[in-house]
Design a protein around this ligand. Structure first.
Ligand SMILES: Nc1ncnc2c1ncn2[C@@H]1O[C@H](COP(=O)(O)OP(=O)(O)OP(=O)(O)O)[C@@H](O)[C@H]1O
Ligand SMILES: [Mg+2]
Length: 280
């Protein structure tokens, strides 16, 4: 792994570093506590084998993600950002490497175990929101529990709390077609929190939003990490969005080339300059 000396970076391990034990890899969190990382990745490779030729999408990625942090991932198109997010979320198995989420090794799980882990411990936010059009905001937020066979009545209070958290307490029974794009994405954020996830993964969550709505989503994700202690990982092309994260991981050609300490300051120029140095 290369790192730029000109840009602030954090130690993210090296490909030949063995995966740390969950409690021996403590590192300071924003508030100074020692906490094991929620996500620990070592020498992760992903090769897509498609007709005729292989695509080596990830080439030895190593990184740690602190509990309760907001992390952005930036990189050019095709650099492997979505692939990395899919692997973190257990959507696909890596070709090799180690991937621990809350100390559990996803690489050693069967497909069925990974599916259950994903449903119970991972929250996902998509660019297209992926809400069910015939369901109300409340019913969409409750979906992860309904899929798990649990009755809605049991979770009504939690659903309403989450919709209040995303400032949609006045839209509880609206269907997606009666909500703006920004409101729909906020329903999707509430839904991603429903199963009390270890990590929330967002792949370009503001790709379909205008600048004002995008800023609302970035600020909301930052607040959910800071005030609710959620661990959030967001892929974005936008320095303005990445600047709300604590740390920006820069990916190039399937490798982590460095990190930028954005510290959630909203300083897009700092992120853009750091990104240019690392990936330009
Ligand atoms: N299912 C697949 N089969 C074969 N190749 C794939 C598959 N998915 C992704 N790739 C290839 O892997 C590489 C990384 O793709 P990935 O989607 O992770 O990039 P990305 O950084 O998310 O790009 P973008 O910013 O355009 O979304 C690309 O070369 C892509 O063509
Ligand atoms: Mg992508």
């Amino acid at each position: 792994m290369q790192e730029s000396s000109a840009t602030p970076t954090t130690a993210t391990g090296t490909p030949d570093t063995p995966p740390p034990a969950a409690d021996s890899s403590a590192q300071p969190s924003r508030n100074g506590d020692l906490a094991p990382p929620t996500v620990s990745v070592r020498d992760l490779h992903k090769i897509y084998r498609s007709a005729g030729h292989d695509v080596h999408a990830l080439r030895g990625v190593s990184l740690d993600i602190r509990r309760g942090s907001f992390t952005a991932i930036m990189g050019a198109s095709g650099s492997g950002k979505s692939t990395l997010l899919h692997l973190l979320g257990g959507l696909a198995p890596p070709t090799s490497g180690t991937l621990l989420v809350e100390g559990r090794n996803l690489t050693q799980m069967s497909d069925g175990e990974r599916t259950i882990f994903r449903r119970r411990r991972i929250g996902v936010i998509f660019q297209q929101y992926n809400l069910l059009p015939t369901l109300t905001a409340r019913e969409n937020v409750a979906m992860p529990m309904l899929i798990d066979g649990k009755p809605l009545e049991q979770f009504r209070n939690r659903v309403d709390e989450l919709l209040t958290l995303v400032h949609l307490q006045h839209r509880l029974d609206h269907r997606p077609d009666a909500l703006s794009g920004g409101e729909q994405q906020r329903v999707a954020i509430a839904r991603a929190l429903m199963n009390d996830p270890a990590i929330v993964l967002a792949d370009e969550p503001t790709g379909n939003l205008d600048s004002k709505q995008a800023h609302e989503v970035w600020r909301l994700l930052q607040r959910i990490a800071r005030e609710n202690g959620r661990t959030i990982v967001m892929v974005t092309h936008e320095a303005h969005g990445a600047a709300f994260a604590d740390e920006v991981i820069v990916v190039k050609d399937g490798q982590v080339v460095g990190t930028i300490n954005a510290e959630g300051l909203g300083d897009a120029a700092l992120v853009a300059t750091g990104y240019q140095k690392l990936a330009g």
